[in-house]
Design a protein around this ligand. Structure first.
Ligand code: NAP
Length: 328
């Protein structure tokens, strides 16, 4: 099969589209014929020299994929089932989704609801699963409809899907972005207004900012997450899933002890099957192909993946880059 491999040897990184033999790691691994994969920020971290995310010297990249089961000994994952494959060490320490086929353990595999095509599933991707998990966590916490919900990193994978989901579910969405030239696009996705990254917080000379956000979806981390916490309304919450700005968080306890706000941690990589099923069903209920298609930045073949990875690392993408492993 054709695949996109990431190999580091003697400090040199090679990113190459080439022929590779698909190999199961365990006898009960399920074989999936991939129709689409997607490029995530994590793929850029894996495809970096001296990566702290990648755990092997050589592998097929790709932390997610969607396709059709080709062979399986798992009763609930029958041949012909349309599935999404993501999570665990896929594309991090074992061969991933930038290929025509992938072997994966059943716990990484989610059957897709009928309403979602494999292309829809990869427009959503791990980023969109994280976005929906964030929204569900905020709703479980009691997210109010009467205020503004902030989305940071809003032109990215997690952010753009979060804007679309929240707007579709009837929330007033404020999109924060460093890509102000994408303001019209964010409004079209459902944002009620768009602000600059440095407008997330205010009253910077005080311990706490104005109570502005009834909830927030943050995939940026660092100082942005601190500003979100300072400006949550009483009883509000932020769902934190990412670290594109920084993995560090310096803040105070005041938002927690005087405004009773909550910091909700979001992980979909190790999420159990029941959580994944809940998220995929909520995605199918909320999003249509028509709403998802404008989130496609571009569709690339394996030969052009290296450039796509550079673009996402440099923050030059809008929405999601899809990978068609049979194109080219
Ligand atoms: N916890 C989980 O299970 C999980 C799952 C999926 C993803 N993630 C994490 O979520 C994060 C986002 O992933 P993604 O695939 O959505 O990435 P992405 O498509 O690259 O989007 C990230 C967005 O953040 C903004 N941004 C980039 N650099 C920034 C900086 N230095 N400071 C502030 N904002 C910056 C940009 O949006 P604007 O230009 O609009 O500001 C960018 O488009 C990553 O850290 C990823 O690892 C976590």
């Amino acid at each position: 099969m054709q695949a996109f491999t990431i190999t580091e040897s003697d400090g040199l990184l090679a990113l190459v589209a080439q022929s590779v033999e698909p190999t199961p790691r365990d006898p009960d691994d399920v074989l999936v014929r991939i129709e689409f994969s997607g490029v995530n920020y994590k793929d850029a971290m894996v495809a970096s020299p001296h990566s702290r995310v990648r755990r092997v010297a050589s592998l097929v990249g790709g932390v997610d994929a969607a396709g059709v089961i080709e062979s399986s000994t798992v009763p609930e994952l029958a041949v012909g089932t349309r599935v999404a494959v993501h999570g665990g060490d896929l594309g991090v320490a074992r061969d991933g989704g930038f290929a025509e086929y992938v072997y994966a353990p059943s716990r990484f595999i989610s059957p897709l609801p009928d309403a979602l095509s494999t292309r829809d599933a990869m427009v959503i991707g791990t980023a969109g699963v994280s976005a929906m998990a964030s929204v569900l966590a905020l709703e479980d916490h009691g997210l109010a409809h009467d205020g503004e919900v902030l989305v940071t990193g809003s032109t990215g994978g997690v952010g753009s899907v979060a804007v679309t989901i929240l707007a579709t579910r009837g929330y007033r969405v404020v999109a924060s972005t460093g890509s102000e030239h994408q303001t019209d696009w964010l409004i079209e996705r459902g944002a009620s207004r768009v602000i600059r990254r440095d407008e997330v917080g205010d009253r910077l000379d005080r311990v706490l900012g104005t109570e502005r956000w009834s909830g927030a979806v943050d995939c940026v981390g660092g100082e942005t997450l601190n500003q979100v916490l300072r400006c949550l309304r009483y009883g509000g919450a932020v769902a934190a899933s990412g670290l594109v700005a920084s993995a560090d968080l310096t803040t105070t306890v005041y938002p927690f002890i005087t405004r009773s706000v909550a910091l909700l941690g979001i992980d979909v990589v190790e999420a159990p099957a029941a959580t994944r099923a809940r998220v995929w069903n909520a995605l199918a209920e909320t999003l249509t192909s028509a709403a998802l298609e404008p989130l496609v930045d571009s569709v690339v073949d394996l030969a052009h993946l290296a450039q796509a990875i550079d673009a996402i690392r440099d923050g030059k993408t809008r929405g999601r880059i899809l990978v068609d492993p049979t194109a080219g």
